[in-house]
Every structure is written in C-alpha cells, then in structure tokens.
Design a protein around this ligand. Structure first.
Ligand SMILES: Cc1cc2nc3c(=O)[nH]c(=O)nc-3n(C[C@H](O)[C@H](O)[C@H](O)COP(=O)(O)O)c2cc1C
Ligand code: SF4
Length: 404
C-alpha cells in the first residue's frame, strides 16, 4: 500500500492538508481560529477586514431544507465587525503565537475601487505576520452598494487595477476571491492574473432571495427593526451544498483557461467526496464555510481521514496527483460522442418496484418501461438512453448496457 500524504504546496507555502476555513463566521475572531487550528485544519482565511468595521442586521441567515435536510443557506452578513486595529495589533499576532506553527493564516481584505485603499490595507496587514492575502472583490450584498465587493469583481478593469494596487503594498502572495455572479468568470480571472494575482479563490456566494414567509409576505432572512416588528429583507449570498455545482463549474473553467495559476476551491464542500471533486477539477486548496457553520470544526477529522483513505485506496501518493484529474474529461458539447448503442437495464435484484422510473419515463422519457409479471423491464426498441430512470431511482437499480 502507498504511503499517502495530504501535504500540498500552494503559492509556495507548504500546507499540511488542503483544508482551510474560508473567510466567514468560523474565522471571525482569534480564539475560535486557534481552536480550529488545534483540531487539524491546514489554514484559515480570516473574516474580511476593511477600513471601517461592519454593523450587521439581525437576523441575517436563511436556509433551504429538502425533506428536513439542510441544503443551502443565504446570508446578509457583511465584513468584520471588529476594527482593523484589533486584528493587526492583537488577534493576528495571537493566532500566529498560539496556533500550531504549520497552520497557515491568510488575511482577507476589501477596499473600494480606488487603488490607494488596497495598497495601504495590504501593507498594514502584511506587517502582522500573515502568510498571504486574499482580496475580497466578490461579496454580493451590501458591498456593491458602496462600490466594493462584487461591484469590483464584476469588472475586469477594476479587478486588474485593485489587484495591482494590493500587490504594490505587499511582498506576500495574493489570492483574488472571485464572484460567481458574472456571465463568464474567465476574463475576470485573467484580469486578476494580469494584475499580479498568485492564486484565485472561487467561489464567493451566489446572489439570491432564499424564500418568502407567505403568512406575513416577508422574504427571508428577517432583518428586524428596533421594535421587532415589520421585518424587511434584501438579496443575500447563497452558499452550502446547493451551490457546489456552480463552484465546480467555475473552478474547472478557470483551471482549463489558466492552468498555470493555482486555485483555492470553495462552495458547498461538506465531506471528503466533495473535496476530491474540487481537487479533480483543478483546486489545490479547499475552503469551507457552511459545513463548519452547520456541523462545527470537528468535521476536519473525517475530512482528512477519509481523504487519506481514498487516496490510499486509489494509490494517489500526494494531493498533487489528484489535482485536475477530471479536467481532460470536460469537453465541449459539440465534441461529445452522440448516440452510442446503449439502453437502460433495470437490475431485478436491486429494484424494489418503487416505479419512479416507470412514471418518469412515461411522462418525460420515451415510454420504454413497463411491468412484466412482478418485474419492471425496459423495451430496448423504445429506450433512448436519456438516463432519467437512473437519476430518479433511489436504489441505484438502473445501469446502461450495450444493445445486442
Ligand atoms: C455568514 C457568512 C459570512 C461570510 N462572510 C464572508 C466574508 O467576510 N468574506 C468573504 O470573502 N466571504 C464570506 N463569506 C463567503 C464564504 O467564505 C464562502 O465563500 C461561501 O460561503 C461559499 O462556501 P460554502 O459553501 O462552504 O459556505 C461568508 C459566508 C457566510 C455564510
Ligand atoms: S433511459 Fe430514458 S428512455 Fe430509457 S428507460 Fe430510462 S427514462 Fe426511459
């Protein structure tokens, strides 16, 4: 059996494992970050700081459940509520002192469209002993109203300009955190690289309206006034497992377009399987927010153990061998092979006759499934190989076979 290592190099910094807390509530003060560090996290991106501390609405989170299970979360929280000085003079030095020495600390900064703010902030934070900086040009709520966050991240010229400005203020590696709220992420990623980005982080949250309380006609999350009456809401940032398909898409698109620049993958990573998915589409490190908010820092134990078990089972000696493994298999639609000679086959030993496949095939497929005695069978003459029956089957009882 190979000896697997989770160590990975990212922007010339050695990480003991690829897992980082993303810039969010799990990284909003020193004590909790140190606690996470001691549990085995590879690093952290601290809660975004800017010139002025944030005053947030209450409440500021809404969730989406499917059958009781949490699948997505929306937030209208902004940046650090603590002054820059608290971070520079107290908390960052404390984290560097008390966290294990191999725990990597990345500061997240945000300023406006003018370059000077970025240069000054980058310079100020660099002197605290952090290992790298992440530029937040991607927060989709609140910040754009002040010409910050995604307002910058949606404009390649501004992204290039502020990245270059931040670079001027520091010798540390710079990650630029990108917004998914764009038509095409590649020109934005390229602009960040032109400005001097050493790495790209993707993705920040997806602008959304998570739901409406229909009894009171009020969208979630409820931002209460001082009398706790007549709550209002606003568009927020969607995150958690529901956005993973978007994160995977954006990371893979960047990795294919700019293969020389490393990526920190973010968006709906809940477990080791999702971690492998992100690595395989081109991420080198992995950032997590929602899964920690829902399940706590302790998830790091399963993340590292199960990732190592997978790599051992598949004989991947190091994380670098997994990175980008799926990319060659992402092609254009035009280049995909068409109409291979396959049809669905329902495995009788696995089928529990739930009939979801038969209903779906009748109404949205090609009417190819019928009951024959006490079995569901596929008519190969009618089956079009669309795959609908397989995706609705909860028993994994459908496979595809070559036609005779
Ligand atoms: C409540 C909350 C606050 C956040 N604050 C920040 C922030 O200050 N800076 C930032 O770059 N991203 C922030 N994020 C975005 C996360 O870092 C992350 O990009 C996003 O949640 C997607 O990852 P996830 O699906 O693992 O949550 C925040 C997310 C949430 C839920
Ligand atoms: S693959 Fe499509 S057409 Fe064939 S049996 Fe399944 S649902 Fe019907």
């Amino acid at each position: 059996m190979v000896k697997t290592s989770l160590a990975v190099e990212f922007v010339n910094i050695p990480f003991k494992n690829p897992f980082m807390l993303s810039s969010a509530p799990p990284s909003l003060d020193a004590r909790r970050v140190i606690r996470a560090a001691k549990l085995g996290w590879g690093g952290v991106v601290l809660k975004t700081v800017t010139e002025e501390p944030t005053v947030d609405p209450r409440t500021r989170l809404g969730v989406l459940r499917q059958g009781g299970k949490l699948v997505g979360m929306n937030n209208i929280e902004l940046l650090s509520r603590h002054p820059l000085k608290t971070w520079t003079d107290s908390w960052i030095p404390q984290i560097k002192r008390e966290a294990p020495s191999d725990f990597i600390v990345i500061a997240s900064i945000m300023s406006g469209p003018e370059p000077e703010g970025w240069t000054t902030l980058a310079n100020t934070i660099s002197e605290t002993g952090v290992d790298a900086l992440e530029l937040n040009v991607s927060c989709p709520h609140g910040s754009p109203e002040k010409h910050m966050g995604a307002f910058i991240g949606q404009n390649p010229d501004l992204v290039e300009r502020v990245t270059r400005a931040a670079k001027k203020g520091t010798k540390l590696p710079i990650l630029v955190k990108l917004t998914p709220n764009v038509t095409d992420i590649v020109p934005i990623a390229q602009a960040a690289v032109r400005g001097g980005a050493d790495a790209l982080s993707a993705i920040n949250t997806v602008e959304s309206l998570i739901g409406v309380d229909i009894e009171t006609a009020t969208p979630h999350p409820f931002a209460y006034d001082q009398n706790l009456s007549e709550p209002q809401s606003t568009y927020g940032g969607y995150c958690g497992p529901a956005i993973r398909p978007l994160g995977l898409r954006f990371v893979s698109q960047i990795a294919k377009a700019i293969p020389t620049v490393p990526i920190s993958g973010i968006g709906g990573i809940e477990n080791w399987y999702n971690a492998v998915e992100y690595l395989m589409v081109g991420a080198t490190t992995l950032q997590i927010c929602t899964a920690v908010m829902w399940y706590g820092f302790g998830i790091i134990r399963n993340l590292t153990k199960n990732l190592a078990d997978f790599m051992n089972r598949k004989s991947y000696e190091k994380v670098e061998n997994v990175i980008g493994k799926a990319l060659p298999k992402i092609t254009s639609w035009t280049a995909l092979p068409k109409l291979p000679p396959i049809v669905a086959y329902i495995i009788p030993e696995k089928c529990i006759l739930g009939k979801e496949c038969m209903i779906a095939c009748a109404d949205a497929g090609y009417q190819a499934i019928r009951m024959e005695g006490n079995k569901l069978v596929v008519n190969p003459e009618k089956c079009d190989g669309c795959g609908l029956c397989a995706v609705v089957c909860g028993e994994n009882a459908v496979e595809f076979r070559k036609t005779e």
